[in-house]
Design a protein around this ligand. Structure first.
Ligand code: SAM
Length: 214
């Protein structure tokens, strides 16, 4: 049985528009509460949003931008952010590729998180996977020197593709080298997909890549 979607926001509505992000850049979405320069963390595909909520509550000194292609998930998350009374989160309904590629000044992002992006396991759908060289280049260019691209997947085949694409990006350096990924990251917040996959006994693959200083 489908549940009725609630549209009211029980507090401040921190959703912002892609039109503003394109026109003025993502840092402007935090005005007037935040004045640049400030450390900006971007999560792409936040899903149910627990990870972003917990991280933002733990780090009031950082500004968090949640990007999610599903507008329903953005609406539900806007209700959660309002209820949690977080003032350091802004939400965009849009594609991560568009945000990193067109709305973020070069070298201006502290961290990009991408947790359990869809693996599209069928070969015919492989072109839909987020981790493609062009996308990884956009993420690398968006990061400030030393900034981190932090990625998780439960899917072994996708992990190998992610490894290949990240390794092939000269602007990024593998924090865990010579290992391609690690199985656990101490202190990491669990996402809801991760909880499900761990219950299924699946292996985790965590990548951390740092933007090199050129
Ligand atoms: C498998 S879910 C993982 C959700 C969450 N990160 C977690 O770990 O629980 C992938 C999420 O990414 C979103 N998504 C897929 N492609 C996207 C894109 N290009 N940009 C932003 N979000 C995307 C989907 O709508 C979905 O919510």
């Amino acid at each position: 049985m489908s549940r009725t979607l609630k549209y009211d926001i029980p507090g401040t509505d921190w959703r912002r528009s892609m039109a503003d992000a394109y026109e003025f850049g993502v840092h402007s979405l935090f005005a007037p509460e935040w004045e640049p320069p400030f450390p900006l963390v971007v999560e792409i595909g936040f899903g149910r949003g627990e990870f972003l909520l917990e991280l933002a509550a733990k780090h009031p000194e950082l500004a968090f931008l949640g990007v999610e292609v599903s507008w329903k998930r953005v609406l539900k998350m806007a209700r959660k952010v309002a209820r949690a009374e977080l003032e350091n989160v802004r939400l965009l309904a849009g594609k991560g590729e568009a945000v990193l590629g067109d709305c973020v000044p070069e070298g201006s992002v502290h961290t990009v998180w991408i947790n359990f992006s869809d693996p599209w396991p069928k070969a015919a759908h492989a072109h839909r996977r987020l981790f493609q060289p062009e996308f990884v280049r956009q993420a690398a260019v968006a990061l400030e020197p030393g900034g981190l691209l932090r990625v998780a997947t439960d899917d072994r085949v996708y992990a190998e593709q992610i490894d290949e694409v990240l390794n092939g990006e000269p602007l990024l350096e593998n924090v865990y080298a010579p290992e391609p990924w690690v199985r656990e990251v101490p202190g990491r917040i669990m996402t809801s997909y991760e909880r499900d996959w761990r219950e299924d006994g699946r292996d985790m693959h965590f990548f951390d890549y740092a933007r090199v200083t050129t």
